[in-house]
Design a protein around this ligand. Structure first.
Ligand code: APR
Length: 255
């Protein structure tokens, strides 16, 4: 790992701008299961089709009951940020990473203290009204579901939806556009803990290298984009990222 990681550290220490993009793999050490792979959520008791925009439209009651089960499964361990989240905060504080783009909806980057954060798939701690866009804590919506009701907006009685992007929905334009611009304009794109299989987020690493940036992938398993990456670090993010912080610190101190 050290050679590959050292070359990522070299690239980060000399980059004028760099963006990190994370996936479920940065949160597994916090106790949140990933989606794919052996114990992945979509390979165990849950079916992604149950969480689609079609299902929400056709059967909001059933959708919300399944969503409650999914939420309780994902957050069963009462997750806290781990050393991978902390290392990304540190890289931002050092002025090395400009922003963190995440596919995760668990809110752990915000809790860790990431400043410039783009949550591409929304945030599971909120529910939003499909009529008036008002948001409430997701827990309020889940309380309604536990009581046998479909969550309704306290302002306008509209149907509430988890404030996340469902399968079949488009990503909100502005966050994705900002992430794409950063990918295109940056010198280095650091993809961490994602299988890089779900578009359009998975198109960003390739976009970065197509526009002349270097692509570094840190992931336990092979990803879809390893073939276009300049650096592949097949390591646990909670070990690789803190080690990367130390290496970049040493390089910046020697400048
Ligand atoms: N360190 C590094 N990598 C890890 C770690 C770890 N500690 N733990 C798991 N991984 C890797 C796995 O090997 C896997 O390749 O993280 C990757 C997670 O991939 P996915 O489960 O596919 O998660 P992600 O890429 O974030 O999924 C994208 O799919 O269903 C949707 O909306 C959901 O945002 C999600 C999207």
């Amino acid at each position: 790992m050290d050679d590959e990681l050292a070359s990522v550290a070299d690239a980060l220490a000399t980059a004028e701008s760099a963006t990190a993009m994370t996936g479920a793999g940065v949160s597994t050490a916090s106790g949140i299961p990933s989606f794919r792979g052996e114990d992945g959520i979509w390979n165990t008791d849950f079916d992604p089709d149950d969480f689609s925009s079609d299902r929400f439209r056709d059967d909001p009651d059933g959708f919300w009951r399944d969503r409650l089960d999914l939420h309780e499964r994902m957050f069963a361990a009462d997750p806290e940020p781990n050393p991978a989240h902390d290392a990304l905060v540190r890289l931002e504080e050092m002025g090395v990473v400009d922003a963190v783009v995440t596919q995760n909806t668990d809110g752990l980057h915000e809790e860790a203290g990431s400043g410039r954060l783009i949550e591409l798939h929304g945030n599971a701690s909120r529910a939003a009204c499909v009529e008036c866009d008002a948001t409430v804590p997701a827990e309020e919506a889940f309380e309604a579901v536990r009581g046998g009701e479909t969550p309704r907006c306290p302002a306008c009685e509209g149907l509430m939806k988890p404030d996340v992007v469902l399968f079949g929905e488009e990503l909100p334009y502005h966050p994705f556009d900002a992430a794409r611009r950063m990918a295109r304009e940056g010198d280095l794109f650091l993809a961490v803990g994602s299988s890089l299989t779900v578009d359009p987020a998975a198109s960003l690493p390739e976009e970065a290298s197509r526009f002349g940036g270097e692509l570094a992938v840190v992931n336990l398993e092979e990803t879809e984009k390893d073939r276009v990456a300049h650096h592949v670090v097949r390591e646990d993010a909670t070990e690789a990222l803190p080690a990367l912080v130390e290496m970049v610190e040493a390089r910046l101190a020697a400048k």
